[in-house]
Design a protein around this ligand. Structure first.
Ligand code: GLP
Length: 260
């Protein structure tokens, strides 16, 4: 794991945007795995700005989002389809036909999950998977105890995740209980992973992910098995790590080491 610690959230977001931009410039038809959540909003804004100001193009990319709530139609204001449209797709030149999310409103969500996994495979797999982390260590919607060998499927959300995401809905009761999410093994099959976490409320989950044992109790810890996983943190999200001196020594100011 490459742990990059940046002084604040803004610097962490710019660092993540650099890595995504570099990927897309090197491979214009890259397959991107995309994520949702509050952490990603400034990142999508930064990428849209680079599109506007520097001509960073997503025209040939394909994207697959990690997850979608079951029961929400794409035009539902709380769906991840809607989030992606508002936060990113509407502001860049990505081809809507190649910007994929699981179909949360499919009549058969189980079949839709299998189709989604097959679609990722047919696209040649994911080049760069962007990830956030839940306060309970989830990635995508792979909640604690999710199989580390899982592929895209339906997951029941924990009450803690529903509470964390309740801010987008009218009430806790209206916050969906189920989601389609790519699995931990789907995520690990990506050629590179880029996880971004900012803020102190992520510190414990980050410490479990980076320095804890690999365990389904913290699904993000499975990234320890990934040969090319980069973790971008601000100082607050890094505050519960024990080996901070080492990470800062290898990657001063979150820069690449000479051996990258
Ligand atoms: C949701 C998403 C995750 C995301 C998490 C963190 O639960 N399914 O993919 O990582 O939120 O969100 P935030 O960035 O708002 O803390």
């Amino acid at each position: 794991m490459k742990v990059l610690i940046l002084p604040d959230a803004q610097a962490a977001i710019q660092r993540a945007a650099d890595i995504i931009a570099r990927t897309v410039i090197a491979k214009p038809d890259a397959v991107l795995g995309l994520a949702t959540g509050g952490t990603m909003l400034p990142l999508y804004k930064a990428l849209a700005q680079r599109h506007r100001d520097e001509g960073l193009s997503f025209a040939k990319t394909t994207s697959f989002n990690l997850d979608e709530y079951i029961g929400l139609a794409p035009d539902h204001p709380c769906s991840y389809h809607h989030y992606m449209q508002e936060a990113f797709f509407a502001h860049v030149d990505i081809d809507p036909a190649r910007a994929h999310l699981p179909k949360g409103d499919a009549p058969d969500p189980q079949a839709a999950s299998l189709d989604y996994e097959a679609l990722i495979e047919a696209a040649g797999g994911i080049d760069l998977q962007l990830l956030g982390i839940g306060q309970n260590g989830h990635i995508g919607f792979n909640e604690p105890t999710a199989s580390l060998g899982s592929r895209t499927r339906i997951k029941t959300l924990t009450d803690s995740t529903r509470r964390a995401n309740q801010r987008y809905f009218a009430s806790f009761e209206e916050t969906p209980r189920y989601a389609i999410t790519t699995g931990v093994a789907t995520i690990l099959s990506s050629r590179k992973c880029l996880l971004v976490a900012t803020g102190e409320d992520k510190a414990e989950a980050v410490a479990n992910m980076v320095e804890g044992p690999v365990s389904a109790a913290c699904p993000a810890s499975a990234l320890q098995f990934h040969a090319r996983a980069t973790i971008i943190l601000d100082e607050a999200a890094a505050s519960a790590l024990k080996l901070t001196d080492y990470y800062e020594n290898v990657h001063p100011q979150g820069q690449d080491s000479i051996f990258d």
